[in-house]
Design a protein around this ligand. Structure first.
Ligand code: ZN
Length: 369
């Protein structure tokens, strides 16, 4: 994932380190740019939310206004009813009043009737005016609700964007974490090569294979005393990332956290990565097996018992099984991920089952041979 070509000399390793550092700087710039986008989307959501809030307050106010208007209308209606019943009492329907009170009563009636009509008319106008206001408020409420709705939709789509940005950020953070871990590992690896090169009077453009001593071995053996193959080498549906990816090794379960992990052959520890986001603690060992140069890698280690430059045998406990503590995003339970590469700085993975006697998926083994 980090190297693309095999570095053959100390100088080439240094160049690779520089490329890693450039990539790290680029990742930091990407993170900053994405953070700016996140901040902008968040402040837009905050603005929309406060707009929604003030519009909802307006809707509440408008509802209150309608209720007030309706009660005012009721009141005015009551006044009109009172006036009309008063008019009816004074009205000619009750004919005998005319007779009893004659002209005086009649002119009084006319006067009263005119006043009542005027007041009724006035109140009717008021009521109509209030109905109009109620209608206007209803229109306003519809309009506000539409605006609230479209703001809510805008927030929804911004939140989707934010969710995606969040995932991007977590990927960037993982990449950043990994490259940081890799740079740190690379620096230790280079420092150890520098020491060995100096000791062996090598120039920095000389090949690593000429300047570094790795004890030869006759064969690879299993890195664990027992186990069950939970995942084989090849394309697979990733258990935690939910995408099809290449699985660059063999997963061996059936051992609890803390179980001893051995080197698959005699060799030299060439690289140690601490807490990669996908792989956790990793130990790389260089070998020469039957004259061919390889590296084996042991991932998700709970503890690591070796350091860069250590010479190991197939009986050296290099670390212990981990992967069950969920500190790395590519593991769901305690297991050893065992990988095999060709060359001492190679980046191409091969199926370990072709080099170490291992059963197929679901198969169990006991013993190291
Ligand atoms: Zn694995």
């Amino acid at each position: 994932m980090i190297y693309t070509a095999e570095a053959k000399s100390l100088k080439q390793l240094r160049d690779e380190l520089k490329r890693d550092e450039a990539r790290q700087a680029q990742l930091i710039a990407e993170q900053r740019a994405k953070q700016k986008k996140i901040d902008a989307a968040e402040s837009e959501i905050a603005n929309l939310a406060s707009e929604i809030n003030s519009k909802e307050n307006k809707v509440t106010e408008s509802r209150k206004k309608i209720r007030q208007l309706e009660s005012d209308i009721k009141e005015k209606r009551g006044e009109i009813d009172n006036l009309l019943s008063f008019l009816q009492i004074s009205n000619g329907e009750n004919l005998y009043l005319e007779y009893v009170f004659e002209a005086k009563t009649f002119s009084d009636f006319i006067y009263r009737s005119a006043v009542v009509e005027q007041l009724t008319q006035y109140n009717n106008d008021l009521i109509n005016d209030m109905y109009e206001k109620i209608e206007n408020n209803k229109v306003l409420q519809v309009q506000l609700k539409e605006e609230i709705n479209s703001s809510e939709k805008a927030i929804e789509s911004l939140e989707k964007v934010l969710k995606k940005y969040g995932l991007d950020m977590s990927d960037l953070a993982s990449d950043q974490k990994d490259i940081k871990a890799d740079i740190r590992a690379r620096k230790v690896e280079i420092a150890e090569y520098e020491r060995v090169y100096k000791e062996n009077n090598c120039k920095e453009d000389q090949e690593i294979t000429e300047c570094v001593d790795v004890p030869p071995a006759g064969q690879f053996v299993r890195p664990l005393q027992k186990g069950t193959i939970t995942s084989v080498y090849g394309m697979r549906y990733h258990p935690t990332r939910h995408v099809y990816t290449m699985h660059n090794g063999v997963d061996i379960g059936g051992n609890g956290t803390g179980t001893s992990v051995y080197a698959a052959a005699a060799g030299r520890v060439n690289k140690i990565v601490n807490r990669s986001s996908c792989g956790g603690n990793m130990v790389y060992i260089q070998h020469t097996v039957s004259g061919t140069k390889y590296r084996t890698v042991y991932m998700h280690l709970h503890t690591m018992n070796v350091k860069v430059g250590d010479i190991v045998t197939a009986n050296t406990v290099i670390g212990t099984v981990g992967g069950g503590e969920s500190y790395d995003r590519c593991s769901t339970g305690a297991h050893l991920h065992f990988g095999l590469l060709k060359g001492w700085e190679g980046s191409t993975y091969y199926n370990p089952a072709n080099y170490v006697k291992l059963p197929g998926k679901g198969g169990r083994f006991t013993g190291r041979y």
